[in-house]
Design a protein around this ligand. Structure first.
Ligand code: GDP
Ligand code: IMO
Ligand code: MG
Length: 391
């Protein structure tokens, strides 16, 4: 019997809750950090000493020596993005190649997948990251995609050409991209990395930290469809994306910002506009980590939060970016009403996170969700962190 225990870090809003920072803060206690879904649409910001680093494909445990970083089967992987990221890490003195492990069932994002997003313009209304995510998952589910486990097959180059030609024929008005040298260099990098059957490799370890990308409200099933991403961002995705039994899931750390942001189109009941939005964007530095787009901003939405907690089976909350709200006289929180007519209450603002008014805000979240706020992120770096005693 495997003694595998998997703790999960899940975003409870529309992404960019600070999952990367939380994973980095927790990773030292785990032999393995594993991504289970998504791809280079993710932008997870960490700090290596003073240096800001945004990770797209590499799991956020990479700054901990001795921690394996698994890219699990539920992920879609762009070899060119991975290559660039590994090169960047090398310049920072991090030798990612030794600790990166790739599931053979991970599917490849080809240049043609990125190209489809440009020529089809299907993603425009959704405001995708244009990283080829939707087209790569579509090929996976249509059973014509290319798993990493096939890259050593003699016919792999032909399969890549065939899939590229298949899509090029669908859009004769566009000029399909040629396969660059960088793409093949990325494939060479994948050949050098340890490739594994995830169902065999993962149970060798006792503890794994699963790192979510995007957020619950962007889940392909549970999110605000069609304004979603193309993968299962919820705990359901951990089970299929890492081939683990449901009983191995232990703590589910739900990460929430003290307010809400969203990038791209789709409903956002607590959204604010004008000067209020700009204040949050400036103070919170709310610009997309992947695309540089300004993030839409709004108040904390307890209705959406309760839903996200319920479907993920969250056991502990981690609150981020409450420091951004310091100095506001009052802080609004949606506690009910409909999405079209949300009902708010106003809570007293706080001057610092030591202010009793902040403790009141935290208690309020605990009461409304019936869950403990287990930790508070007090700033962007690993050590900006307060652990709270559990009652
Ligand atoms: P992720 O996609 O969920 O990993 O989040 P992102 O990295 O895209 O966005 C979170 C942003 O907030 C990054 O710029 C982080 O450096 C920053 N951040 C994370 N936690 C905190 C926090 O508690 N306070 C502040 N001020 N910034 C934070
Ligand atoms: P992290 O992991 C915020 C959004 C896009 C778009 C929709 C679909 O950093 O939290 P896609 O390219 O996935 O087909 O785009 O999902 N989106 C994100 N928003 N954070 C992310 O990742 C996101 N990944 C995708 O803006 O609305
Ligand atoms: Mg992000």
């Amino acid at each position: 019997m495997s003694r595998l225990q998997v703790d999960v870090v899940i975003g409870l809003q529309w992404g960019d809750e600070g999952k990367g920072k939380v994973v980095d803060a927790l990773a030292g206690d785990y032999p393995v950090v594993a991504r289970f879904q998504g791809g280079p649409n993710a932008g997870h910001t960490l700090y290596l000493n003073e240096q800001k680093v945004v990770l797209h494909q590499v799991p956020a445990g990479i700054f901990h020596e001795g921690v394996y970083c698994l890219i699990g089967d539920g992920v879609v992987l762009d070899p060119e993005v991975l290559l660039k990221e590994v090169e960047g890490l090398r310049q920072l003195g991090i030798s990612a190649e030794e600790r990166l492990v790739i599931g053979k069932g991970v599917h490849l994002i080809l240049p043609v997948h990125r190209w489809i997003e440009e020529v089809s313009r299907e993603g425009e209304k959704i405001g995708t990251t244009r990283r080829g995510i939707g087209p790569a998952y579509a090929d996976r589910y249509a059973r014509r995609g290319l798993p990493v486990g096939w890259i050593d097959r003699a016919d792999f180059p032909a399969l890549v050409q065939e899939l590229t030609a298949y899509h090029a024929a669908r859009f004769p008005e566009g000029e399909a991209p040629s396969l660059s040298e960088r793409f093949w260099e990325g494939i060479e990098l994948l050949r050098r990395l340890q490739q594994v059957q995830v169902s065999e490799w993962l149970p060798r370890f006792n503890r794994v930290l699963a790192e979510g990308s995007q957020g619950t409200m962007l889940d392909i099933f549970a999110g605000t469809y069609p304004y979603v991403t193309s993968s299962h961002t919820t705990v359901a995705g951990v089970i299929s994306g890492l081939s683990i039994p449901p009983q191995s899931i232990r703590e589910v750390y739900g990460v929430l910002k003290a307010y809400t942001t969203r990038v791209g189109g789709g409903p956002f009941p607590t959204e604010v506009f004008g000067a209020e939005a700009q204040w949050l964007q400036d103070r919170g530095n709310e610009r997309g980590s992947t695309t540089g787009r300004l993030r839409r901003c709004g108040w904390l939405d307890i209705v959406a939060l309760r839903y996200a907690i319920q479907i993920n089976g969250v056991t502990r909350l981690t609150l981020t970016k409450a420091d951004v709200l310091c100095g506001l006289p009052t802080v609004k929180v949606r506690i009910g009403g409909t999405d079209d007519h949300p009902h708010y209450i106003s809570l007293p603002g706080w001057k610092s996170l030591a202010d009793p008014a902040f403790e009141e805000f935290v208690r309020f979240i605990e009461q409304e969700t019936n869950l403990p706020v287990w930790s508070i992120s007090t700033g962007p770096t690993r050590t900006d962190w307060q652990q709270r005693a559990l009652a």
